[in-house]
Design a protein around this ligand. Structure first.
Ligand SMILES: Cc1cc2nc3c(=O)[nH]c(=O)nc-3n(C[C@H](O)[C@H](O)[C@H](O)COP(=O)(O)OP(=O)(O)OC[C@H]3O[C@@H](n4cnc5c(N)ncnc54)[C@H](O)[C@@H]3O)c2cc1C
Ligand code: FES
Ligand code: FES
Length: 487
């Protein structure tokens, strides 16, 4: 096994070994390297003050792809075989600012400055990926960066203008060709094992080796994007003794489109899955653009959301109504189960010791199928659902068939509404039957009151969302907030 983390920082290969594998990238930057530009605001992926950019080889292994991530919840060993770019990396050696920095100065995008390094890094990742951006796209990129001072307008102005500064005169903070060569030379088939003598971290590169490790170390936690697991350490101060990282298993990072379903590998991030999901189910776009923030979606996986099984997880209601199965693997053996059978009770699933999700399989849409999903939360962006509703119906000559309704935030698990579905199945798709089905939701759910919503709010809003689905499926057009809020 390889026992050293290697990553590129400012053109140099950094090697680290024998560290606590749950040390975060942010702790390492600030406490070990004394690079204090990257800030800590919340230590839970919410505020964006800690945003850094990771560059890694893309699928072709000949180009770099850039991802903004939250360094406060990312464990250091996950940087292995990547390049790290922080706010200190951006200005050239002679002091010339990068266009994103220059534009922030020119347009007064910074006041107290606490959020600024994170904002600059989110915009830098955007600058590397595209040639220009609309205000709406800029707003979406900044959805995970909180600024309490500026009101955002000068920041969005700066972001628009950074694209107009001369790219030819801009020296890139990393020498791309050199970095690609260094990363190619780091390609490795051995498992990375990092340990401080007490805690262990394994990062295999093949699915068989991953399966073997998960079976061998039954008590170990699987680490995917770490957007749930990271908080166990930074907020709950849990000691995680063994982690097995899925992020470097290339076979599990694939999306396959078959004749009946889409297969999303367990290591595919939400942002990488999004274009395929939207291609087949355009109406899920708003939900997934409101799922956390770009840096969280750049790290967090769809399989991690499903595996975590939170009752307020956003992807499960829609996956339940579309028709999804989970492929579970133990060693070399796999079994496939419907997603509704995966959840047993609050945060309890049917997965056995030594078993993991290899992929999720999502049914392709039918010709006359209408699918919608709606998220209700106190804040529009970067907030957890109070209620998340998802609906699917196939309409044949005005009659409802294969009706599926599911909610998050209404029960201890993400759950289909069987009484509501039964009240609609095979009936004429009209207001009267939808009203009866809405009433039946009281048999399906007995929600709790908590800090996000009262039980009364939840019971009422799940019915209203069903009505909204009926109206939209009957031709009533509701303007999407995602498209309108950036105008
Ligand atoms: C600021 C913030 C905002 C968030 N907003 C939202 C939101 O709006 N909506 C929402 O639904 N969630 C949200 N989340 C939660 C989180 O981002 C998602 O649940 C995410 O999809 C988890 O994926 P991950 O890859 O990061 O999982 P990890 O944190 O790596 O793992 C999560 C759990 O799943 C297990 N696991 C991971 N992969 C597998 C596998 N292949 N097989 C078996 N077990 C596995 C892990 O062991 C762990 O128990 C948010 C989190 C943060 C920090
Ligand atoms: S410190 Fe707030 S997102 Fe990381
Ligand atoms: S400038 Fe003060 S928080 Fe953004």
């Amino acid at each position: 096994m390889n026992e050293t983390i290697r990553f590129v920082l400012d053109g140099k290969v950094v090697s680290v070994d024998k560290i606590d594998p749950t040390r975060t990238v942010l702790q390492y930057l600030r406490e070990d390297l004394n690079r204090l530009g990257t800030k800590e605001g919340c230590a839970e992926g919410d505020c964006g003050a800690c945003t850094v950019v990771v560059a890694e080889l893309d699928e072709s292994r000949t180009h770099l792809r850039y991802r903004a991530i939250n360094s406060c919840i990312q464990f250091l060993p996950t940087l292995d075989r990547k390049a790290l770019i922080t706010v200190e990396s951006l200005a050239s050696k002679d002091g010339q600012l990068h266009p994103v920095q220059q534009a922030m100065v020119d347009f007064h995008g910074s006041q107290c400055g606490f959020c600024t390094p994170g904002i600059v890094m989110s915009l830098f990742a955007m600058y590397e990926k595209q040639e220009h951006a609309t205000r709406n796209e800029i707003n979406q990129v900044l959805a995970g960066n909180l600024c309490r001072c500026t009101g955002y307008r000068p920041i969005v102005d700066a972001a628009e203008k950074m694209f107009q500064l001369d790219r030819q005169k801009t020296s890139s903070p990393i020498n791309k060709l050199e970095t690609i060569t260094v990363l190619q030379n780091m390609e490795e088939h051995q498992t990375l094992h990092i340990s401080d003598g007490r805690k262990h971290y394994y990062s295999p590169s093949t699915a068989s080796e991953f399966a073997r490790l998960v079976e061998q170390y039954e008590d170990a936690h699987i680490l995917a994007g770490g957007t749930d697991v990271g908080l166990w350490v930074t907020k709950q101060y849990r000691d995680l003794n063994s982690l097995i990282y899925i992020g470097n298993v290339r076979e599990l990072s694939q999306i396959k489109i078959g004749s009946t379903h889409i297969e999303i590998g367990a290591a595919v991030t939400i942002n990488d899955a999004l274009p395929t999901l939207i291609r087949f189910y355009p109406n899920v776009e708003e939900l997934f653009l409101r799922f956390a923030s770009p840096p969280i979606r750049n790290a967090g996986t769809l399989a991690g959301n499903v595996a975590n099984g939170s009752p307020i997880g956003d992807s499960m209601p829609v996956l339940l109504v579309i028709g999804t199965t989970v492929v579970l693997r133990k060693g070399e053996t796999t079994r496939e189960i419907p997603l509704e059978d995966y959840y047993l009770d609050y945060m309890k699933t049917t997965a056995q010791a030594g078993e993991f999700i290899e992929c999720v399989r999502i049914a392709l849409p039918k010709e006359n199928q209408i699918v919608r999903t709606y998220k209700l939360s106190k804040r529009f962006d970067q907030d957890i659902s109070a209620v998340c509703g998802a609906y699917s119906v196939e309409l044949a000559a005005g009659q409802a068939e294969h009706v599926r309704v599911a909610y998050g935030g209404m029960a201890a698990i993400p759950k289909r509404a069987s009484s509501c579905e039964a009240a609609l199945e095979g009936r004429v798709w009209n207001a009267e039957h939808v009203q009866n089905a809405a009433a039946a939701l009281d048999e399906d759910y007995h929600p709790l009151s908590d800090m996000r919503a009262t039980a009364h709010y939840r019971s009422l809003s799940c019915k209203n969302l069903l009505q909204r689905f009926f109206l939209e499926s009957s031709g009533f057009q509701n303007e999407s907030n995602v498209y309108s809020y950036g105008r």
